[in-house]
Design a protein around this ligand. Structure first.
Ligand SMILES: [Zn+2]
Length: 277
């Protein structure tokens, strides 16, 4: 009985995925094609018609705990091999169409910019990207400035940084499009802008793969996140060498060199970021 129900849900997900792939074809490479063993596909609650969405405990199938403490640290959580992220019900966080800094890792600078910078003026309305619950509302002088983290039923957490004012509190339930903050220039920021991040269990994903700011629409209907191809970063500590880092991260020195555009003789700086997968 149970396995038949599961089978049906899987078939439903496959149908949705194929449809999503067709819809997304002219927008971006079709990640959906890479989905392999079906039993590893994690179906978000809102793709499963039998499950109600619990905004009080969003995406509890991914996040076993609700904590306001850390932005990117998730103890007791297991990242599934594949997570299907639905854009259903999204709202663009700002109506600005101007990207001022792209997402990406800058090997030369040993720095990872794990969000997208969108030009906003101080006081511009910033809106919740999806329904969800505010997990963090905080101020970080040297980093995000005033910032918010919202957890959504589709498994994503969105981060909004450099705000001038926050309009919601931790543990508030919000709906897609609700004004949550005003744009600003707080924290480590030159010129007012929104620093926008999309993450799964702390793992950053390029927001441009889901949110097309220049055209003010979703870049896809479904984004398929895969553990084995995700980007992983490592901060160099005192005493580290390339071979030690390679062993710690289950990779090779050659791969580290390739990912970071360095040679095996490159001198590492403490605090520098390296991409390790
Ligand atoms: Zn930024």
């Amino acid at each position: 009985m149970y396995s038949r129900a599961v089978q049906r849900i899987l078939m439903f997900a496959v149908a949705l995925l194929s449809w999503g792939a067709v819809m997304a074809q002219d927008v971006m490479p079709v990640h959906v094609m890479n989905v392999q063993p079906m039993d590893q596909v994690l179906i978000p609650a809102h793709l499963n018609p039998g499950l109600a969405i619990d905004l009080d405990n969003p995406a509890s199938y991914l996040y076993p705990e609700w904590s306001n403490e850390y932005v990117h640290k998730f103890d007791n959580a297991v990242l599934p091999d594949t997570v299907v992220i639905s854009m259903k019900g999204y709202c663009m966080p700002t109506d600005s169409t101007r990207i001022t800094d792209k997402y990406g890792y800058r090997p030369r600078r040993g720095r990872a910019h794990l969000g997208l910078d969108v030009k906003v003026k101080i006081g511009d309305t910033i809106r919740a990207a999806f329904d969800g619950k505010v997990r963090i509302s905080r101020y970080e002088r040297r980093g995000y400035g005033h910032y918010l983290v919202i957890r959504h039923p589709n498994g994503l957490e969105t981060v909004y940084g450099h705000l001038s004012k926050k309009l919601v509190n931790e543990n508030d339930i919000v709906h897609a499009g609700d004004p949550i903050a005003l744009g600003g220039n707080t924290g480590r920021s030159t010129g007012s802008h929104l620093h926008f991040e999309t993450r799964i269990l702390g793992n950053a994903i390029n927001p441009a793969l889901m949110f097309d700011f220049p055209n003010q629409k979703a870049a896809t209907d479904y984004y398929v996140y895969q553990k084995n191809t995700r980007e992983v970063y490592y901060k160099v500590k005192s005493g580290d060498t390339l071979s030690k880092i390679a062993i710690k991260n289950e990779t090779s020195v050659a791969n580290l060199c390739k990912l970071n555009g360095i040679s095996k003789n490159t001198v590492l700086r403490i605090g520098q970021t390296l991409r390790v997968n």
